[in-house]
Design a protein around this ligand. Structure first.
Ligand SMILES: O=C(CO)COP(=O)(O)O
Length: 135
């Protein structure tokens, strides 16, 4: 089963919730992870079950980064806010860097997220599925 991380900064959370509602059926077929508040918001408004890590500023990005480093994440959708400074900017950069280190598909805006989720629906993630051990 594919592992997907869903993360959104505050001003992008509504976009993320709407994305999760729109693609709930596809997302329900994966194992979902998120930072604390993003996951809570999505679970309030969908029937999706999400493993929530800590809130981003408290270390949630680093926890997801650790999963990426262990090759336990297959897709990252991270709707970040490009117009507001974040106190945990270094953690955000580290997470995105690890996606590049480990060649993990990552979307940082809704347009790319749409393309990737369509790719998921079309079966383009077959190369990821079944890669390595999944915890
Ligand atoms: O800050 C975040 C990602 O950098 C998101 O954290 P929350 O989902 O807890 O708001």
């Amino acid at each position: 089963m594919l592992h997907i991380a869903l993360i959104a900064h505050d001003r992008k959370k509504e976009e993320m919730v709407n994305f999760a509602i729109a693609y709930e059926t596809i997302l329900a077929q994966a194992k979902l992870f998120s930072t604390g508040t993003t996951g809570a918001r999505i679970m309030e408004q969908t029937n999706l079950q999400i493993h929530r890590f800590l809130s981003g500023p408290l270390g949630g990005d680093q926890q997801i980064g650790a999963r990426i480093a262990e090759d336990q994440m297959d897709l990252v959708i991270f709707l970040r806010d490009p117009l507001m400074a974040q106190p945990h900017e270094p953690d955000i950069i580290a997470l995105l860097r690890l996606c590049d280190v480990h060649n993990i598909p990552v979307a940082t805006n809704l347009a790319t997220a749409e393309v990737l989720i369509q790719g998921l629906r079309a079966g383009f993630f077959g190369w990821r599925d079944g890669l390595g051990e999944r915890k």
